[in-house]
Design a protein around this ligand. Structure first.
Ligand code: HEC
Length: 399
């Protein structure tokens, strides 16, 4: 610091005489008045420093620093900071008092106090984070706007995956998938198909027409079909059996794109689970069997690239180019990964879980999955189970 206060010294003779100054050389910055000012500032500083060094530290100052350190120690112990080197540091401070090393004593005491203050700050932060996590958990099970869910996750989890795109976060409130969901609501309530009935009679697991939180508990076992079904498969089932569509009718067969009935309906139904904790039931043996089969698939390496899902999704902070990949083992970030339907900005379309799954297999250069196949539902069972307890973000928005 002193260096910057010192008046600038001439660098060369030519600078002093000013005779042979090259036009390209910068002018010396300190002008005559500047130099004078710099010198007087320096003198003032030295005058101010002298008394400090003469008086140094008094015994009183050292003792009061030690007392303060002890007090902070007590507070820290009360907060649970038991294992700490500070006891020793305070002892050291006291041990040098008899030999009148007051400055040193003060230093030790100050270090000890800071050490405890820092430990307490960390504990306070941890507790605040826990509390906000608890609050978010308490809210799980009631509807929350997708952006609020995401913000809550970001507040209590450090995740490069969740925060990788400021633009996405900013656009979340105007997620185009919200329009798709609104179209879906109209379609859902409309009497349609040869049987001219609405989907309000369809049971997604919580009783006919009950949508609140229903998607967060899928895939699940359905008595009426004897199968574990995901949202898409269940929707097909109801369109065919309730409304009387044929599986080949475009209403049922067309699964992708903003304009498809499927994406509208799925987005609407899923949006009713935003903020609900993922909680696919594991009561029926088939539910467990499907989840377990999905687990095997997740870790099985195959194909010409010899990839498994776990190759890319089981470590934190893995990237492909600019994309931070979600880690399946961190439920707070995995919940966003499995939050589909989502508007994919790069596709300019709302996409489904089944669409994502197909994309992942394509990415691994493995055979395409068939939507509604046991294999696809097994994987969705497993990936939903991995996000268990965390709130769903529906509809989500992705790159
Ligand atoms: C070669 C690496 C790789 C493999 C292998 C892979 N993925 Fe992915 N996965 C990605 C990339 C890249 C994304 C897109 C991330 C993005 O767009 O930001 C992604 C996205 C996802 C997402 C959605 C997350 C999001 O943010 O959009 C899920 C869920 C997912 N993968 C599951 C799987 C499953 C299940 C498998 C195995 C069947 C699998 N992945 C295999 C690289 C991989």
């Amino acid at each position: 610091m002193l260096r910057t206060l010192l008046p600038r010294l001439p660098q060369s003779l030519s600078e002093v005489s000013g005779k042979t100054r090259n036009r390209h050389q910068p002018l010396p910055l300190a002008s005559g008045t500047g130099r004078r000012f710099g010198r007087s500032a320096l003198i003032a500083l030295l005058v101010a420093l002298i008394p400090l060094s003469v008086w140094a530290t008094t015994r009183e100052q050292a003792e009061s620093a030690i007392a303060e350190a002890k007090q902070t120690r007590e507070e820290a112990i009360a907060m649970g900071v038991t294992e700490s080197p500070t006891d020793e540091m305070i002892e050291q401070a006291e041990s040098v008092l008899p030999s009148r090393q007051y400055t040193r004593a003060l230093q030790y005491a100050e270090w000890a106090r800071r050490q405890d203050a820092l430990a307490m700050e960390l504990i306070a932060k941890q507790e605040a984070r826990k509390a906000s996590g608890e609050a978010a958990k308490a809210a799980v099970g009631t509807y929350q706007e997708p952006l609020d869910v995401l913000q809550g996750l970001i507040d209590r989890t450090e995740s490069g995956y969740l925060t990788q795109s400021d633009q996405n976060l900013m656009m979340m409130a105007d997620n185009p998938a919200q329009w798709t969901a609104m179209d879906g609501e109209t379609l859902f309530e409309e009497a349609r198909g040869p049987n001219n009935v609405s989907l309000e009679e369809c049971d997604f697991g919580k009783g006919p027409g009950v949508l609140e939180g229903a998607y967060a508990e899928l895939p699940r076992y359905f008595e009426d079909t004897g199968k574990v079904m995901d949202l898409e498969t269940r929707l097909v089932h109801c369109m065919v059996t309730l409304q009387g569509f044929s599986p080949d009718d475009p209403e049922v067969a067309k699964r992708h794109g903003n304009g498809s009935d499927h994406m509208k309906l799925q987005t609407y139904i899923a949006s009713k689970s935003s903020g609900f904790a993922w909680n696919p039931p594991m009561d029926h043996p088939l539910e467990k069997a499907m989840r377990d089969a999905g687990e095997v698939m997740f870790y099985r390496r195959a194909g010409k690239a010899d990839f498994a899902c776990s190759t890319c999704h089981s470590e934190t902070g893995k990237r492909i180019r600019a994309s931070v990949l979600p880690n399946k083992n961190v439920p707070e970030e995995w919940t966003k990964a499995v939050s589909w339907p989502a508007f994919r900005v790069g596709h300019d379309q709302v996409r489904s879980s089944q669409h994502r799954l197909r994309g992942c297999y394509w990415q691994m250069r493995q055979a395409g999955t068939v939507a509604g196949s046991d294999g696809s539902i097994a994987m969705l069972s497993y990936w939903t189970d991995a996000a268990r307890g965390q709130p769903a973000i529906l509809p989500d928005m992705k790159r």
